[in-house]
Design a protein around this ligand. Structure first.
Ligand code: PEP
Ligand code: MG
Length: 579
């Protein structure tokens, strides 16, 4: 039995057999083999190379016949790569030298080759990267034979163990039989984590090298309440976790009964709880969880599939989310692309430092046509409900002004074309960079509303990549600098008469609820699954108490003191809940 600790990003307990996935969704365990197994593994490799070459040869003939020589030529290149003796030598070298399994050695060598192509200056050669990926997938499939299944075809419940998942891979999980996720990498507010939380099944990230220890078929427990994963549990541990799982399910069912009650403190102060969504259907899920609206619709997820949506497809998606919100307010955030949310095409053009790179509003302002298409779709959809538009990651007032100008341009386009749209749409911004926070007063004069995006605000205030598990201990909402920045932004917005909400992940963490409402926030937006518990907490305290807690929390000098204090105060209100 092995216990590993990481960062729980979605609560609950899952128990099942593991499927181990590599980045290309082939179920290859990253495993080592014994010395005796090396010979047979090399035979497997040789037969996989031969089969792959044969398959490509057949494809070459077929394409040549249908589309001509030029179109078929790329397959000659694929065959050339597979026949290259250096490729085989490198793979066999890893198998003999480090006892890698054939699959693991293939994937290691092919990834190295991909990296080399990716770094090439000549765009034509860089394009070859995709071909190398193609070759890798084919070769792996042939090395793995039958086990090369897609997780969408699982016949029984399983726990997904992987080194990492892309956001688009994560987005597909809801249509599979996966009941829990355990990843080697990732932090609490990475976008993979956000998607996992929305999906609602237990997940723990940042487990370092779990995927090298677990093989497909091993029993695994994902403990999303205590930041742990247990691999190969003994019978007593399994029994214990089965009963913990049953109690958690009971707790969640009891929380759902609060759906019809308002999030109102014991002394009568109403707090609005909104849902954060990535896909339109989640607007309905949010309502089921008792949301007062959609506080953050992350529209960039529309772009993480295989094809980029056109204006009509976007319009339909926005209308669907608006309809799902049943007349409640929907805050549509314009694309926040870049960093860890990249389109399929952009996947192959990584930036050196993407969190500080061409992301979010910068990307939109550099792709004005695409931005305008989105704004037109939002404006048209705004006729169908109560819609606000919000710009992400502003650092300068000029960006805000340019974004507003683009919105006016989009309105003009629609006017000229005689297309009707929601003319009186409110314009707001995410407050998620220290620069914007310190210029809050100036920004507040030019927007109707502000939503504090603490996921990014924390990473930029504390110089800590939100997705990097190696620095996750530095990433905390409890840092006094974070508390003071939130306090100042809320104060400035209240003074300026600007609606202020908070939509970072901390809004859905019970430990921060007293602090946030005590600082004056009256609107919090979070993963829909978090709404019931936050509501329960708000209903069990008074605003007077929350204000006292917030005041005291601001007096501490270290994040550990803040966390301990807030946890103790929260525990007094909900002694039986796992906080
Ligand atoms: C944030 O940064 O807090 C936020 C809500 O936006 P995202 O998580 O999509 O970056
Ligand atoms: Mg953000």
């Amino acid at each position: 039995m092995q216990i590993l600790t990481g960062t729980a990003v979605s609560p609950g307990i899952a128990i099942a057999e593991a499927v181990v996935l590599d980045a290309e969704e082939l179920r290859i365990p990253r495993r080592m083999v014994t010395k005796e197994e090396i010979g047979p593994e090399i035979d497997e490799l040789d037969s996989a190379l031969a089969t792959s070459i044969e398959e490509i040869g057949a494809q070459h003939e077929d394409v040549k016949h249908r589309l001509g020589h030029d179109a078929a030529d790329v397959f000659n290149w694929h065959i050339g790569v597979l026949k290259d003796p250096i490729l085989r030598k490198d793979i066999v070298g890893l198998m003999e030298g480090r006892q890698y399994s054939a699959a693991y050695a293939v994937s290691t060598v092919m990834r190295g080759l991909q990296r080399r192509f990716m770094q090439m200056k000549d765009p034509l050669l860089a394009e070859r990267m995709r071909d190398v990926q193609d070759i890798e997938r084919r070769l792996l499939r042939n090395v793995l034979g039958k086990s090369a299944e897609d997780i969408s075809h699982l016949s029984q419940e399983a726990i997904l163990v992987a080194h990492d998942l892309t956001t688009s891979q994560t987005a597909r999980l809801s249509s599979t039989k996966i009941v829990g996720v355990a990843l080697d990498v990732g932090g609490a507010t990475s976008h993979t984590a956000i998607l996992l939380r929305s999906w609602g099944k237990p997940a723990v990230l940042g487990l370092k090298n779990l995927s090298t220890h677990v093989s497909g078929g091993d029993t695994v427990i994902v403990d999303g309440l205590n930041h742990m994963v247990v691999a190969g549990p003994d019978e007593a541990t399994l029994e214990d976790y089965r009963s913990k799982r049953a109690s958690f399910v009971k707790l969640i069912d009891a929380l759902d009964e609060l759906r019809e009650f308002p999030a109102e403190t014991a002394d009568g102060v109403r707090v609005e709880l909104h849902g954060n969504i990535e896909y339109p259907f989640e607007a309905g899920v949010s309502r089921q969880k008792g949301a007062d609206g959609i506080g953050l619709y992350r529209t960039e997820f529309l772009f993480l599939g295989d094809d980029d949506p056109d204006e009509e497809e976007q319009y339909e998606a926005y209308c669907k989310a608006i309809a799902g919100a049943e007349g409640k307010q929907v805050t549509i955030r314009t694309f926040d692309l870049g960093a860890d949310k990249v389109t399929q095409k952009k996947h192959f053009e990584p930036e050196r430092n993407p969190m500080l790179g061409n992301r979010s509003i910068r990307y939109s302002l550099q792709h004005l046509e695409m931005f305008k298409v989105q704004l037109r779709a939002i404006l048209r959809a705004a006729r169908t409900g109560n819609v606000r538009v919000m710009f992400p990651l502003l650092t300068t007032l000029m960006e805000l002004r340019q974004a507003k100008m683009t919105l006016l341009d989009a309105m003009e386009d629609l006017d000229e074309a005689g297309i009707r749209y929601g003319k009186d749409i409110d314009i707001g911004m995410m407050m998620e960079t220290p620069a914007a926070a310190s210029q809050c007063k100036e920004f507040a004069r030019e927007v109707k509303f502000v939503s504090i995006g603490t996921n990014d605000l924390i990473q930029y205030l504390l110089a800590t990549d939100r997705g990097n598990e190696r620095v996750s201990r530095y990433y905390t909402a409890s840092h006094p600098a974070v508390l003071r920045t939130i306090r100042d932004v809320v104060r400035t917005c209240v003074k300026g008469g600007v609606d202020c909400s908070l939509c970072g992940e901390m809004a859905g963490e019970p430990v921060y609820t007293l602090l946030l409402i005590g600082l004056g926030l009256r609107k919090l937006s979070m993963a829909p699954n978090n709404i019931p518990e936050i509501k329960k907490l708000i209903r069990s305290c008074s605003m007077k108490k929350a204000e006292r807690v917030a005041k005291r929390a601001l007096t501490f000098e270290t994040d550990a003191q803040v966390t301990n204090y807030l946890r103790a105060e929260t525990k007094k209100l909900l002694p039986d809940d796992p906080i």
